[in-house]
Design a protein around this ligand. Structure first.
Ligand code: AMP
Ligand code: MG
Length: 423
């Protein structure tokens, strides 16, 4: 028997086939959360645009305040959104957070360190009299204190966000901070989703007490659709395809026309009722089948040529819910991100402590559903069967356990958080 394909090799093969979708679209920055940038964002200005105060207080020349307790007249008032004039020597400027520091001032004293005194008039800009009063400065300022420097966040011409970045809320704010109200992003991958299995019933169609013997509810359809949507895909749901060769071929043929990827669950093993493999081979080619991972071994990848050129990717997930869930997270997720141009698609794993034992090693690399406990270690879900979806809902991630590896309590293991795999 041919040895199973190692997961890393399978993933590398898949990513090599995941050519980035050529078309892009423009979306308003408001709606770009989760989308993938198709272009670098270059700043046409510096942020902040000028030196400004990070406190409510007084802008001073340090040379005028060499000892605490000095009282100086207030020559101008500068609020955020306005720009003051040069600071007259021997005076201070009342200033507020975000307001530009006037020319000549080199520090801010926060208002908590100052005491407003009843006014003595001062010669104001333009020769008139201002009645802004005086202020006693009860601290000696350090040059530059409470001044946010022009360009300290972003310099002009800087690449603020790179093409291939999957945008997060903070990055939307960053794009907005350099004036970008719309962004060029990758088109959403179009994914056709269908479930196979004559035993499957949609929740809502039949109430639990009327389920016929042998029937189960279609759970895979729900998490697969949700995960695809989270990854920015457009999903066409073809529903449940019966366990017949002709129906399977027909469904694949229809789905292949307008989609970038066909994703199926179930029917991809070697049983007589498993029609996915031969159906793909009828219409196209199966490039990869069976991976050395547990759960998830029967995963399949292929492609179906399209009329008019090109091909539609095909990915067949095992029917067992946890197998489906994890093969999606570990193989489909990086693939659909790469279609959108994301460069780094590998989930981050971190070292963690096992607070459980796993005495029986497996020949395949295993992904165990675990959860952090209050002591900072990992607990294992008591049932690791590939049919027990509760393990995935209960867990906050998986232990990535190498083939042939047992685990003793206290061992260091590799943990991959679901936040890395599902978002
Ligand atoms: P299969 O891969 O088709 O042999 O299915 C393996 C197991 O997963 C069987 O017990 C199926 O009943 C179950 N299964 C297949 N598809 C689904 C689904 N969409 N939702 C829940 N269970 C499923
Ligand atoms: Mg089946």
């Amino acid at each position: 028997m041919k040895p199973l394909k190692p997961l890393d090799e399978a993933l590398a093969d898949l990513l090599a086939k995941a050519a980035v979708l050529p078309d892009t679209e423009t979306v308003v920055t408001f709606d770009a959360d989760g989308r993938v940038l198709a272009q670098d964002c270059v700043s046409a200005l510096q942020v902040p645009p000028n030196d400004n105060s990070s406190m409510d207080g007084y802008a001073v020349r340090c040379a005028d305040v060499t000892a605490a307790g000095v009282a100086l007249p207030v020559s101008q008032r500068i609020a955020a959104g306005s720009a003051g004039g040069p600071l007259l020597p021997g005076t201070v400027a009342r200033i507020f957070t975000g307001a530009p520091v006037p020319e000549g001032a080199d520090a801010i004293l926060m208002q908590e360190d100052c005491e407003a005194l009843p006014g003595a008039a001062v010669e104001a800009d333009g020769g008139g009299q201002s009645d802004l009063g005086r202020v006693r400065l009860n601290a000696v300022p350090r040059p530059g204190q409470w001044v946010r420097r022009a360009g300290e966040d972003i310099t002009r011409g800087a690449v603020v966000l790179q093409a291939g970045t999957r945008l997060t809320p903070a990055e939307l704010g960053l794009a907005a901070s350099i004036g970008l109200h719309q962004l060029q992003v990758a088109r959403r991958p179009r994914v056709a989703l269908f479930s196979t299995g004559d035993e499957l019933v949609m929740p809502g169609d039949v109430p639990p007490e009327q389920m016929r013997p042998g029937a189960i509810y279609n759970s895979n359809r729900f998490f697969l659709r949700a995960m695809l949507l989270r990854l920015g895909c457009e999903v066409t749901d073809f529903g449940i395809v019966p366990d017949r060769r002709d129906a399977t071929v027909e469904a694949l043929r229809t789905a292949s026309t307008l989609h970038d990827l066909i994703l199926t669950s179930g029917g991809v093993s070697v049983g007589e009722e498993d029609h996915i493999k031969p159906a793909v081979e009828t219409l196209g080619t199966l490039d990869l089948w069976q991976i050395a991972m547990k759960p998830g071994k029967p995963f399949a990848y292929g492609h179906i040529p399209r009329n008019g050129g090109g091909a539609t990717h095909f990915m067949g997930l095992p029917g067992n819910p946890v197998s489906s869930f994890l093969t999606f997270a570990l193989l489909v997720r990086p693939f659909v991100l790469r279609l959108q141009g994301v460069r780094d698609v590998a989930p981050q794993s971190i070292a963690a402590r096992a607070d459980f034992t796993w005495p029986k090693a497996d020949k395949r690399r295993e992904f165990l559903r675990v959860r952090h406990n209050a002591a900072g270690g990992l607990d294992l879900f008591h049932n690791q069967s590939s049919g027990v979806l509760t393990s995935a809902a209960w867990g906050d991630g998986v232990v990535d356990n190498p083939a042939g590896q047992t685990i003793a309590a206290g061992d260091a293991v590799r943990f991959i958080a679901f936040s890395e795999l599902l978002s």
